[in-house]
Design a protein around this ligand. Structure first.
Ligand code: SF4
Length: 380
């Protein structure tokens, strides 16, 4: 009889060498650990019983000490192809992951915390405050459950840590998750396909870029300290000049650039003067800038900039020789602003008409796909 789940550890927390030690302690050879990893991360098995090529005695002993289940998932699909997943975790907490189809890309947006402590004024997640950090297994496990929502023919092309939470405020667990995600015994995903987004925690950025060859996105969102401090309290700790100086020192791979995110807020940061300042700030860096449409949510005090304003802003940046792109806002009909789905419905009440209960755990295979179509707007 297994111990109660609360006493058992999530086996997906373990790195290969740790699992090898576990199986050796159970009197088995180390290769069993790789077999188990294939079941956990390749197949997405949710019980040791499903691991048919593992000796029954080892399965029984491991299941007494470890769990292998994944979060329960509810999917909401927008007309534009965006698919938002609400994952219910232990303790009845919930997080969001979003599948974003683009022209030739299928991006998965991942969370790293339940809520967030960064208090960015334009963000729905900020209204929750920080509930807790996600574990490494919960961070990486989002990829497993999201895979069940796409067709067998589809593959995620990009993984962006732009969901709930500030990734670098949960660095030890993020780092363990990145190891699992990129390892050949884990999910085998190239770090080049992964982007970590941050409000600009300088020490964390430096550690991340020393440890992993992932892409970095920095939420800038303003061109003066006065405005940035108003909309992003972190700016009082790491003002713009310090942040950009730190960015200039980062060991970014030769052909890479840092992406700067800039959400367009009407009357706040969208003037021609802002565009001119942005050029001046970013020109010395190997940078590209993503302009985002603001996705309003209940209680937000900002309005999105008019499309013409955004397009004029974009044109000025390009005339200033900045590499600049514009991301459309997506998934409005399913409350796709970061944290909005949770904030509006909560983990218990969430059951929108368009939502479909995930088939995971019921032995069914691929879901009706979200075909590659367009690009989504995120704020983080
Ligand atoms: S934008 Fe990101 S860092 Fe800021 S409050 Fe929202 S989730 Fe946190």
């Amino acid at each position: 009889m297994p111990a109660p789940a609360i006493m058992r550890r999530d086996v997906r927390e373990l790195a290969l060498e740790e699992l090898e030690r576990e199986v050796v302690a159970e009197g088995e050879r180390t290769f069993r650990a790789r077999q188990i990893m294939r079941w956990l991360w390749g197949v997405g098995a949710e019980s040791f019983d499903a691991m048919r090529d593992i000796p029954a005695a080892l399965r029984a002993r491991l299941s007494q000490r470890f769990t292998a289940d994944l979060p329960r998932t509810t999917a909401s699909r927008a007309e534009d192809g965006t698919c938002k997943l609400l994952l219910t975790l232990a303790g009845n907490e919930a997080i969001e992951s979003v599948i974003i189809p683009a022209d030739r890309r299928l991006t998965l947006c991942l969370s790293t915390q339940v809520g967030c402590a960064m208090a960015c004024e334009f963000c729905a997640t900020a209204q929750m405050g920080l509930h807790r950090n996600l574990t490494a297994a919960e961070i990486a496990g989002q990829i497993l459950v999201a895979r069940r929502e796409i067709t067998a023919d589809d593959r995620f092309t990009n993984f962006v840590f732009m969901g709930m939470g500030e990734p670098l405020a949960n660095y030890p667990r993020l780092a363990r998750a990145l190891k699992i995600i990129s390892a050949d015994w884990g999910l085998g995903i190239s770090p080049r396909r992964i982007t970590v987004s941050t409000v600009g925690l300088i020490t964390g950025m430096e550690t991340l870029m020393a440890d992993f060859q992932v892409n970095l996105a920095v939420s800038l969102h303003a061109t003066t300290d006065e405005v940035r401090s108003r909309i992003m309290p972190i700016n009082q700790r790491f003002p713009i000049a310090d942040l950009l100086a730190a960015c200039a020192r980062l060991p970014i791979a030769r052909r890479n650039r840092i992406t700067f995110e800039y959400v367009m807020l009407a009357g706040m940061n969208d003037s021609p003067e802002d565009a001119a300042r942005l050029i001046k700030l970013l020109r010395p860096l190997r940078a590209k800038i993503n302009l985002l449409f603001f996705n309003p949510f209940p209680g937000s005090r900002f309005k999105p900039s008019a499309r013409a304003t955004v397009e004029d802003f974009l044109a000025v940046l390009r005339q200033g020789n900045l590499t600049a792109t514009l991301r459309e806002s997506r998934g409005r009909d399913i409350a796709a602003a970061c944290g909005q789905l949770y904030a509006e419905r909560g983990p218990q009440q969430h059951q929108p008409e368009s939502a479909v209960e995930s088939r995971q755990g019921r032995g069914e295979g691929a879901r009706p796909g979200v075909g590659p179509k367009d690009q989504a707007g995120r704020i983080h």
